[in-house]
Write a protein that binds this ligand. Structure first.
Ligand SMILES: *Cc1c(COP(=O)(O)O)cnc(C)c1O
Length: 223
């Protein structure tokens, strides 16, 4: 077994039922993804549409492609035909644009609402209040080609595990609130995407259903 495959097995062995691993393969070559695939991995996360599309075209078609980066509206059309889940939706405008591109290819694209939970300026996302307002306004209900499948967030990049735990709990709590207020009857609203290489065990402890792990599997990224 290769090092990549060993890491994947090690992580998966520790996952509770209901938690899935997104192998974040951004900036890594096709060969690395193929190795992960040969080791049984089927969900990959990418942050650039062009890079993801090239990999999609080169690799087996039973892979689930998750887009985890910051979205530009003019790129959505390139992934609309095949993307499995878009993690980082942080405005109504973006949701409406995804809906438009999904309609053109006759698909319903699952999306997660990205919530800003970190104490850092640089991370994207709705504030919880902005997200509440967007959901209360209700226009999203007219978008028949997107499906809101849950929430996503990134904790502060810090050694302070208390703080990370608190941020993940904030996201889990917000998920429960939104589920109750808007999706109580909708089994598709079920994902909490949180946890990366350095903090995924904490995220699992707070109810993560999708962990997004890159460098722990593939090594350091070369930008
Ligand atoms: C790059 C990235 C990851 C993976 O980060 P690692 O620390 O390498 O595990 C997870 N989520 C998002 C949104 C990312 O951009």
């Amino acid at each position: 077994m290769s090092k990549i495959q060993e890491e994947i097995h090690h992580i998966k062995d520790g996952l509770p039922e209901g938690v899935r691993l997104v192998a974040v393969s951004k900036y890594h070559p096709i060969e690395a993804l193929q190795e992960a695939y040969d080791g049984g991995q089927r969900i990959f996360g990418e942050s650039k549409v062009q890079e993801m599309t090239q990999k999609y075209e080169a690799l087996p078609k039973d892979i689930e492609w998750h887009f985890i980066g910051h979205l530009q509206t003019n790129k959505i059309k390139y992934m609309a035909p095949y993307v499995t889940l878009i993690h980082g939706v942080d405005s109504y405008k973006l949701l409406a644009e995804i809906n438009k591109q999904a309609a053109k290819v006759n698909r319903v694209i699952p999306c997660l609402l990205q919530i800003h939970i970190a104490q850092e300026e640089t991370k994207f996302g709705f504030s919880t209040d902005e997200c509440r307002t967007m959901l209360d306004e209700g226009a999203w209900k007219t978008l028949n080609n997107v499906r809101i499948a849950g929430v996503m967030g990134m904790a502060t990049n810090t050694e302070n595990e208390e703080q990370i735990a608190q941020e993940f709990e904030t996201l889990a709590c917000f998920f429960r609130e939104v589920k109750e207020n808007h999706f109580a009857q909708d089994p598709n609203f079920k994902e909490i995407s949180m946890g990366m290489s350095d903090d995924y065990p904490i995220a699992i402890g707070h109810g993560s259903t999708l962990i997004r792990v890159g460098s722990k599997i593939f090594g350091e990224r070369i930008y």
